[in-house]
Write a protein that binds this ligand. Structure first.
Ligand code: MLT
Length: 410
């Protein structure tokens, strides 16, 4: 008889965003006449930009000719894409990254969920809270976080980010082996300055911990002083893995392309004390379990680095950031505390009258027909908060704001 991975039983019923969809669908069944605006999951709504569409067509044509057909691609990704990534995302910011430190993939979600396989199941994990639920769920699946007791994972080191600490996580008092940071942050939309990030890099060095740095939203940074990459911090290549995505940068949520950077000097020990290079381990893992992102999609990703591609994706980013600003301004004008929306497409709202996140979710769904994301789903320190996204259309965003204003004035 086969036996299941018992840690799956520790997981809450469904993935957070699935639960939201289920609740909205149930509501729609009983209220079919209600018009619903979704500003919940951070999914893009603008179509792919013309430069990307052209690259997709051209690459598809290439695949139809014997002379330009491509079978299995190179293990790390195609050179034409990796060269653009290095030049535009790193060299331009004075960061030296080599081609074999980059692993092109079909998404940050899967990379960040899979990366924990490289670490010992008994390693201790520290995670900023609230945060993207994938970090926690993937570690629960491998038994690293213990049991969920009254909403708290028994072995997880929480790094709270709340109004009280201005959403800046403090260093933990307990040693972590692995630290998850996400900046610009999902869900709070807040960022860390260079000095604040330096504190974490120095701490990781001292603790010999590894930082898993999710930078999926870096393209939304508007403040020129904010680092886009953790490798802008001296010494970070010794302690950090970085995750980057084309999903939010270039609207690839339905096309799928991302990359992960694992510097060659990055090491961790076996329990017996032998040093292992994480780049080599991930290479072994990916070559065994993964066959890469398609040629056509990598061609599409490389098109965002052309002058026209860059201009076109920038227009979309500005469009979403304008929505985020509309939300942020309107909520603040209503006398409700909200952060984010300046260097990230998310606005993080303190629920009025100390409502629970789910009560506020129900209130907006029922009285305004607006779906947002309850903060508690991002972790216990998200209770009493609520997230709205700038990824909707301009028209929906304005309509949603009007409806929220009316609903809250009742
Ligand atoms: C979110 O809404 O938090 C994210 O879009 C989900 C994701 O990127 O998978």
């Amino acid at each position: 008889m086969a036996h299941t991975n018992k840690h799956y039983l520790d997981l809450p019923g469904s993935y957070f965003f699935t639960e939201i969809s289920q609740r909205v669908n149930t509501y729609k069944k009983t209220h079919p006449e209600k018009s619903i605006i979704r500003l919940s999951i951070g999914d893009v709504t603008r179509p792919l930009v013309p430069a990307v569409i052209k690259a997709l067509h051209d690459a598809t044509d290439e695949m139809g000719q014997p002379s330009s057909f491509h079978g299995y691609g190179p293990e790390h990704g195609y050179e034409f894409l990796i060269d653009e990534i290095i030049a535009n995302d790193y060299t331009s910011r004075n960061v030296h990254i080599e081609a074999d430190e980059i692993f092109v993939s079909d998404g940050t979600k899967c990379d960040i969920a899979n990366i924990q396989e490289l670490f010992d199941p008994s390693d201790t994990v520290a995670i900023i809270d609230p945060v993207y639920p994938v970090y926690i769920d993937s570690n629960v699946m491998s038994g690293r976080l213990g049991k969920l007791i009254n909403g708290i994972w028994s072995k997880l080191i929480y790094l709270p980010c709340t109004i009280e600490n201005n959403f800046i996580p403090e260093l933990p008092t307990q040693h972590p082996d692995i630290i998850y940071l996400c900046y610009p942050n999902n869900p709070t939309g807040t960022v860390l300055s260079k000095d604040q990030l330096t504190i974490w890099v120095n701490y990781a060095k001292k603790e010999r911990a590894i930082i898993l740095f999710d930078a999926a939203y870096e393209a939304y940074i508007t403040d020129p002083t904010i680092p886009h990459s953790i490798y802008e911090i001296d010494g970070a290549k010794e302690v950090a893995i970085e995750f980057r995505s084309f999903s939010k940068t270039a609207g690839f949520t339905g096309l799928r392309c991302a990359y992960t950077v694992i510097p060659k000097e990055l090491k961790a020990n076996t329990r017996e004390g032998n040093e292992q290079y994480l780049n080599m381990m991930w290479n072994r893992r990916q070559t065994t379990k993964y066959n890469g992102c398609s040629y056509i999609v990598q061609k599409a990703a490389s098109a965002i680095y052309t002058p026209e591609g860059r201009k076109q994706i920038q227009e979309s980013i500005q469009y979403y950031m304008n929505n985020a600003l509309i939300i942020q301004n309107a909520i603040t004008q209503m006398g409700i505390t909200a952060v984010g929306g300046i260097n990230a497409p998310y606005v993080w709202i303190k629920t009025p009258d100390n409502l629970s996140s789910w009560d506020f979710f129900d209130l907006l769904l029922q009285n305004a027909g607006v779906v947002g994301t309850p903060g508690i789903g991002f972790g216990p320190h998200g209770e009493g908060y609520f997230r709205l996204t700038g990824f909707g259309s301009y028209e929906d965003t304005n309509k949603a704001i009007e409806r929220i204003q009316k609903a809250l004035l009742i």
